[in-house]
Design a protein. Structure first.
Length: 560
C-alpha cells in the first residue's frame, strides 16, 4: 500500500495528503471512478487508495471493478490503521473508523428520492443520508445537485444543517455535452437513421419496472418491427449484484436472443441513454436523467418507495403512463409524436443546478477538505461520455409479414420483420395479398427453426457471385424444407435461389440492406403471382415511409 507505516521510504510520488475512497457497491464506486480522475488530474500531491467495504448485500462485482480500473485496494479493516486526510464515498451506509478526518458523500443517483431498506434495522431510511453519529461528529459533508435537496434534508434530518455542499451533477453535465455526438453513440450500437431506440430503464426492488413487469422487454421486441426499432435495457447494478447475470437473463427469457441489448451495468448506460429515442422507465435516476436530457419518457412503473415532493415525483405527475397490457407500439409513437424537448424542463430545473460546473465545484470542495490549495491548472472540463459498444444478442431468425399492393399498376411490397423466438405477431394472419414466412440466417442455432424456415439467408456477403451460387445450392440441398435461399454479393446485389432451380437477382436502390429484405420481396411476388423477370418493385420497410426500389430479374444458373 502507498500509505501507512514506512510507505514514504519506497513511494515514488511525494504525497502530501491521503484520500481514501470507500467502495461498497458497484453503483457508488462507479460514480467515484467517473468523477475523481478529472478532479485530481495531474496532481501528485494526493495519494488515492480504495478501501473495499464488503458488508453490502450488493457488494458483488466491486473488487472486479476496482481491479479492472487499476486501483490499489486495501481491506476495510486496514482503514483504522492509517490516518487519511479525507474519506470520499458515494455510499452513505458505511461504518468509518473513529477519528476527525472529514467524510464527503456524493450522491450515487439524483438526489434523495427513494426509501430503501435500512440494514441497521427492519425499517426503511432515506437513501443518501449518512448515520446520525457521523452528522453529530461534524465529519460528514453531503454533496447535493440542487438547493431544494438541502431544504429536503433539513426537514427530514435537521442534523444535516450546515453540512451540505452544492456541487451539481457531473453525470448530467456529461450527458448534455454528449448530445451533439449522438450519431456516434447510435452507430456504436448498430443503429441506423431508420431505427428508433427504445430504452427500458429499471431501478431495483419489487416496485421497479422489472420487478413488476419482467416480461415487458420481450413484449416490446415482439411488437416492434425489427427494421424500425431496437430495444435496450439499463438495469440497476444492484439487480446484477444481488441476482447475478445468469438469473437476470433467465428472467428476461427470450428477450436477449430476441435482440434485446442488455447494457452492461458499468459506464455504458450513459452512451445508451444519449442514443435513445424514447425512455420507458420508473422512479429510478436513469429515467430522470433521460427526461432532463430531453428524451420522451413513458413510466412503466412508479413505486411507493419514491419520495413525495422530489423532482422524480414531479416527473411522475407530468410523464404519461405506459399500459403494459396495451398497444405498446401505439403508446411509444404517441409519446414521440407529442413530445417537446422542453416538456420536462421544469422537472430538470428542480433536480439540477449549477449546470456545467459540477466538476469545478467538486474539485473546490475536495481540496478545501484536504486543506490543500487547488492546482494552478485550469478547472476540469466537461467531457462527453465514452462511446460504448454494448453487447447484444444477434437475431438469427425472423417472422416476416408482407403485403402486396399496386401503385399505378406497379407492384408494391410492404415488409415487417419480428424476432422469431418471440412468437407469431398478430399481423401474421394471411390473406390473398398478405403473407407470412419464417426466415433464418445460416448461423441459427435452433435447428427446429431452420428446418421450418421458408427462406434461409447467408449471414455474411459472398465475395463473388459464383461463391454465392455454390452456397445457395449447398443450402437448398441441406434444408429440403426451405423454398428459397438468399445471399448478398459484396459490391453487388442479392442472389435468391429458388427450389425449382431458378435464380433471381435483386438489386436495391439506396444503402445496402441485408439479404432478408429483397428475399422477402421475391417471396411475396411469387406467392402473389407477380412475374419477377424484369420487374421493378417498390419495397416499403415498416410503416414509417421508408421506400426503396428493388429491380428483379431472372438469371441463368452458372455451371459448376
Amino acid at each position: 500500500m502507498p500509505v501507512g507505516h514506512d510507505a514514504s521510504r519506497w513511494s515514488t510520488f511525494r504525497s502530501e495528503r491521503t484520500l481514501v475512497v470507500a467502495a461498497r457497491t458497484v453503483t457508488s464506486t462507479v460514480r467515484i471512478l467517473e468523477s475523481l480522475p478529472a478532479v485530481l488530474d495531474g496532481d501528485g500531491r494526493v495519494t488515492v487508495v480504495f478501501a473495499h467495504d464488503p458488508t453490502s448485500a450488493f457488494n458483488a462485482g466491486v473488487l472486479d471493478l476496482l481491479h479492472q480500473a487499476g486501483c490499489r485496494v486495501m481491506p476495510w479493516e486496514q482503514l483504522a490503521e492509517i490516518s487519511p486526510d479525507l474519506i470520499l464515498t458515494a455510499s452513505e451506509n458505511i461504518e468509518v473508523p473513529e477519528g476527525d478526518c472529514p467524510v464527503l458523500v456524493l450522491p450515487h443517483g439524483v438526489g434523495f428520492q427513494k426509501q430503501v431498506p435500512d440494514s441497521r434495522s427492519t425499517g426503511e431510511r432515506l437513501s443518501g443520508v449518512v448515520p446520525d453519529a457521523l452528522l453529530e461528529a461534524g465529519r460528514a459533508w453531503l454533496a447535493v445537485s440542487h438547493p431544494a435537496q438541502e431544504q429536503q434534508l433539513l426537514a427530514a434530518h435537521p442534523k444535516t444543517a450546515g453540512h451540505t455542499v452544492l456541487v451539481g451533477d457531473p453525470c448530467l453535465d456529461e450527458l448534455l455535452v454528449s448530445r451533439p455526438r449522438r450519431t456516434a453513440y447510435r452507430t456504436a450500437m448498430g443503429l441506423t437513421a431508420q431505427h428508433r431506440l427504445v430504452l427500458v430503464s429499471s431501478t431495483w426492488g419489487p416496485t421497479s419496472l422489472l420487478g413488476r413487469h419482467p416480461e415487458l422487454p420481450a413484449r416490446l421486441l415482439a411488437e416492434l418491427p425489427w427494421d424500425e426499432y431496437r430495444v435496450a435495457a439499463v438495469v440497476h447494478p444492484n439487480v446484477w449484484a444481488a441476482h447475478g447475470a445468469w438469473q437476470l437473463r433467465t428472467v428476461l427469457g427470450n428477450a436477449v436472443p430476441g435482440g434485446l441489448v442488455l447494457v452492461p451495468p458499468v459506464h455504458a448506460w450513459r452512451s445508451a441513454l444519449v442514443a435513445a429515442d424514447v425512455v420507458i422507465g420508473d422512479h429510478g435516476s436513469v429515467t430522470l436523467y433521460g427526461a432532463a436530457a430531453g428524451a420522451p419518457v413513458l413510466l412503466g412503473a412508479f413505486g411507493r418507495d419514491s419520495v413525495a415532493g422530489t423532482a422524480v415525483a414531479d416527473l411522475a405527475a407530468r410523464a404519461p403512463r405506459l399500459d403494459p397490457a396495451g398497444d405498446l407500439r401505439g403508446q411509444i409513437e404517441d409519446a414521440v409524436r407529442s413530445h417537446s424537448s422542453l416538456r420536462y424542463a421544469a422537472v430538470a430545473e428542480r433536480a439540477f443546478a449549477a449546470r456545467g460546473q459540477a466538476l469545478t465545484r467538486l474539485r473546490r470542495v475536495v481540496y478545501h477538505l484536504l486543506r490543500l490549495p487547488e492546482p494552478d491548472a485550469a478547472a476540469p472540463s466537461v467531457r462527453s461520455v465514452p462511446v460504448a459498444d454494448p453487447p447484444g444478442a444477434e437475431v438469427t431468425s425472423w417472422l416476416v409479414t408482407t403485403a402486396l399492393a399496386a401503385d399505378d399498376g406497379e407492384p408494391v411490397v410492404g415488409v415487417c420483420r419480428f424476432p422469431a423466438v418471440l412468437g407469431t405477431p398478430a399481423a401474421a394472419t394471411e390473406t390473398p395479398v398478405r403473407f407470412a414466412h419464417l426466415a433464418c440466417a445460416d448461423d441459427e442455432r435452433d435447428s427446429r427453426l431452420t428446418e421450418s424456415a421458408s427462406v434461409v439467408l447467408r449471414r455474411h456477403p459472398a465475395d463473388r457471385a459464383v461463391e454465392a451460387v455454390r452456397w445457395i445450392r449447398r443450402t437448398l440441398a441441406r434444408w429440403p424444407g426451405c423454398l428459397m435461399t438468399a445471399a448478398a454479393v459484396r459490391g453487388g446485389g442479392v442472389l435468391v435461389g429458388l427450389r425449382d432451380g431458378r435464380m433471381v437477382e435483386a438489386v436495391v436502390t439506396g444503402p445496402p440492406v441485408d439479404a432478408g429484405l429483397p428475399a422477402a420481396v421475391v417471396y411475396t411476388c411469387l406467392r402473389g403471382g407477380v412475374d419477377v423477370d424484369g420487374a421493378v418493385v417498390t419495397m416499403r420497410v415498416g410503416d414509417r415511409g421508408r421506400e426503396e426500389d428493388v429491380a428483379l430479374r431472372l438469371r441463368p444458373v452458372p455451371a459448376g
